[in-house]
Ligand binder design. Sequence first.
Ligand code: ADP
Ligand code: MG
Length: 729
Amino acid sequence: MKNFRFKAIEKVFDRKPIEVEFPSVKASDYYGSMTFNLDTMQEYLPKEAYKAVLEDIEEGVKIKRTVIDQIAAAMRSWALSKGATHYTHWFQPLTGVTAEKHDSFLSLRNDGKPIVEFCGNSLVQQEPDASSFPSGGIRNTFEARGYTAWDPTSPAFIIDGTLCIPTIFVSYTGECLDFKTPLIRSIEAIDVAAVKVAKLFNPEINKVRPTLGWEQEYFLVDSALYYARPDLMLIGKTVFGHSSAKDQQLSDHYFGAIHERAVNFMKELEIEAHKLGIPLKTRHNEVAPGQFECAPIFEEANVANDHNLLIMHIIPKIARKHNFVALLHEKPYAGINGSGKHNNWSLAANGTTNLLVPGKTENENLRFLAFITATLKGVSDYEELLRVSIASAGNDCRLGGHEAPPAIMSVFIGSQLTSALEEIEKAHDRGDFISQPEEDANLDIAMIPEILLDNTDRNRTSPFAFTGNKFEFRAVGSTMNPASPMFVLNTIVAEALDEFSDNVNKLMQDDVSKDDAIFETIRKFSVESRKIRFEGNNYSDEWVEEAKKRGLSNHSDTVDSMYIVKEDSTIEIFEKYKVFTKRELMARYDIMAESYTKSIQIESRIMGDLALNHIIPTAIEYQNTLIKNAKGLKEVLDNKTFSQLSKNQIQSIKDISEYISSIKTNVESMVEERKKANRLLSAEDKARAYAKQVKPYFDAIRYYVDKLELQVNDELWPLPKYRELLFMK
Ligand code: ADP
Ligand code: MG
């Protein structure tokens, strides 16, 4: 009987591309057709109601009750016209994936007559109970209810006949249990702080919104092979697998011609995404074989964030139609690149002006420097918060692995901007208090746009890089909800911006002119954030040394980086900007520890199972043939020739025994450590035990299993090998 692996390979040989044609109309004609966007609203709502909604959204106030009923009615008509039968509040609990609980539009009148119904109440609020989601102890039994509440700033959409309404998810007592709530709170915080600074330059600016352009990496693997790998099926990563003789050494996959099966998948993904109003723009092969990336045009951060979660939902869904499984895990395969997400972030004033772009006038360039240095200062003061915002068991496998940014946070701004800041700092180093920009001989503020045009040097090794008109945070994990790094960034930059305007105002009270006060504050911030700027190779050992000297943190894993969540400085800043209460932070801390523990626990179990049930029996089977062979040789050969010629066979038999026994003892010890860890009471201690006592066995066990993979007869090996998983047919 053939093993699963060979049955799967046979299936793969039969695969043909599943052809997808783009619709005959232009993408712009069906873009957003499955979303209840402003155009649809205008079409379905009475004029007055539409105007009222627009105003309320614009001003960020609660939408009036009377209008809500009209919107619900409009949404229902629209959804029914698109064939929807159900609706759901779509929310982002702390599991990391989105949640939905569908209700039918069908209702019964008092007289028993069936009708379709969707009222304002169903739109605004739901009580999905949802008591099994992580709450970090926030929801005790007496307050176990969780509510979802409509976020009118992100358009509702239809997937698979269900109207999905983006919502926040909070407890009965108003504490957030999701990612969206703190993101929205942080967007409000940075709006207020950024407007204050922007007004110093242009009094007409009254609204600043962070923007987010994400880049999403993922792997595609044939579904037949996937189902032959229990580890992929359960955790989306391979726990064993010897590296393929060829993988990414030649960089021939990166930006290469896209495989036909993958292109068809991407076409369908784009069509679906565009219908859902996700402005996908870019697609390409990534570095590792089987790895790809997609990226949209950037949008306002809250909507962009929803769109990233949606794309993480539809990528796997469409992949299945093409006989693929999409792996979003940060590290599906050892030894080759893992997957990340780049969060490109900027600040847009009054809808259109990018505050991270230098302008044509000296005033605009000073404004540019103000926002750049405030970002540097925020990141410098709170680098550990940014670090923990992207910490997870999955991302731990990737960060610092010479394929992804290290765990040390630093900012790359390019040589031109660096020398501009160094010029500005010179006066400070001379001990001058305030000196006019003109007096700094080598710096001409008006020249900044030109020097930046030149700014082609890009440092791909930096975790946080200025790329001409935005900062790109590259340490985010591919499965993560990008809101986590975004609410941290918004909050820490909000504080820096507040400090900026406070400092300018203070100087002006001391009769310093406004321009001088601004210039001096830029200088101050530049000096105070020196430690975070790094232009060199972030993958090098020298940087690790240098960063240590500078006092930057270097937390190699989640459990080491977590402590900062509970520090007073963290509680203070999040409470100050009303992003988290202390209780919410403590809950998140516990949830983070718990999900880390569970993740390692599951990986450890699957490793044990595979090792004992798949690998060892296969090794023994092969070893038996070697033993039989040796016995046979002994029969046909004379003693002398036998002992000369059978050395290798005998050695192989011994090696296999050694590997089997090493695997067994390591699995046993790992299980012992797990038992010990499980007895620990605090979430924190447990996570630490899993990280420091259980996880180290992973490498040990894998080492011997991968050695066996090289020895055992290929025909017996039960798990699809890396060369089969990585290269597409
Ligand atoms: P890369 O070289 O890193 O692939 P690209 O120029 O292709 O960079 O852009 C990557 C992402 O940056 C895209 O998603 C794009 O929409 C986004 N982006 C561009 N400008 C901004 C901005 N002002 N704010 C946020 N994201 C932006
Ligand atoms: Mg990028």
